[in-house]
Design a protein. Sequence first.
Length: 576
Amino acid sequence: MLKFVGPYRVLAVFALFTLVGMVILDLTIPRLIEHIIDQGIRKKDLSVVLGTSALMLAISALSVLIAVLNNIFSVRVGESVARDLREAIFVKVQGFSCGNLDRFSTGKIMVRLMSDTAAVQRLTQVTLRIGTRAPLALIGSIALMFVTSPSLACMMLPVLFLSAAIIVMFSARMEPLFTAVQQKLDSLNTVLQENIAGAHLVKSFVRADRENERFGEANKEFAGSSARVMQFMSSMSPLLTMVINVAMVLVVWIGGVHSVGGKMSVGQIIAFTNYLVATMNPLIMMSKLSNTWANGMASAKRIGEILDAEPDVQDADDAIGLPECGQAEVLFAGVGFHYNGHADRLVLEDVGLLAKPGETVAILGATGAGKSSLVNLIPRFYDVSSGSVRVYGADVRTLKGSSLRSRIAVIPQETILFSGTVRENIRFGRPDATETEVVEAARAAPAHDFIMRLPDGYLTRIEQRGVNLSGGQKQRIAIARAIVTRPDILIMDDSTSAVDVETETNIQTALGSMLRDCTRIVVAQRISTVLNADRIFVLDQGRIAAEGSHDELLRGSPIYREIFESQLGGGNSNGI
């Protein structure tokens, strides 16, 4: 985490410098009190009392001013570090491959972005304020205790070591406890995020009671972990208080004996007592702040898990960009694929597939056949486990990811729209698209007509997750978003499932007209979606079971014929 403080080291140094000044000023007060008692009160010298008192007031005022400056510097450093951490986490997540995102759930990332970052922010601010002041005050107080009375100071050392040992023991135990608390917060946040995202599903299946139970269980576990930390911490303060009280009794007792014997003055005893308090106060302060340190260190490690994670899919050192023009041919050669850590469960096995420029290639298969996994390999969301995927004649692993994806448009199975206007969503992949191009893409979708019926047309704001639009409307906006980029390769992953057959036919016709040279790969479960494709690949349990046109497959593929007859009732071979 230190590298995040680096850009603000000047402010951090100023904060530490002011801390040193505060400690020095604070440590002069007991010495001035000794001077007032021994040189002023005992000798009945009013000028010494008044002069020293005025000096103490001036020192106190200066200490307040320095404390204000320290607060300003430390808060600015802490807030800046937190801002940079949030940005670093967000940028890191943007660079993650799909495999990384599969391992880090949304709830976990959100906790690290907000809660863990806030804990590190508090750690930074505390370190630049009280956290550094306490050890400096401790060292200074011990040194002045020896100056005031070396023999009495030696007697107090075991007490100080015992206090330090208690703090170290508790602090070492608290970090894993705070890690457990943050992990429970991960689970709680995941349940909350899933429930909010799936609110309609929960209501439709009348599962609110079960979701309440899930949240209650996660909430109970989080509260239990938090309570265990607080209970553990609360036992430290009484122990330290007992040690401090014993130390105070010893000082008064031994100091009184020395005073009667003429070895110490009353002022020295009071000064020593103040230095003892000044020594114990930092220990008490550190004991109270140990939870902040433990929490901050645990959170820093959790943030480090994200910042240190390497994307599963990365550009090779010698990766090249795509040429400005070329043949957008897609070739799968002996492709095998499995997800992270599941090498024994192949999703795709020995897949061979060719999609030529200008062709519409359809991939048909039952749910779980591996269709989405197959097309996700083209823009290199995942890397193949064996074989190769070649685009423009080059293995996608030799190409720069940004260059490859800039030529591919993906319309995902689950339509995702962002908060903003309809126009902004259509322009998402190409912000410089003109108004004419936006309208042309919307007409091809076809989405223009329903957009114009919206309250503000293209300037209508889409609410969170597009709740003010129907499923078919959201899909058509997503299609327009892909069309406006004028891609060389268009991947439609079951992206017309929410529109009727007539609209779907119109979309396919418009795509063939507007994106004439584009290689179109259509994933579908619906026969009507693939009837007019140039070639159809039937995927069954991760393997290509059949390939050909609609008529060829009807004649030669039992699997295709079974799907056709189950959906269209054995109508004529054209599916009309």
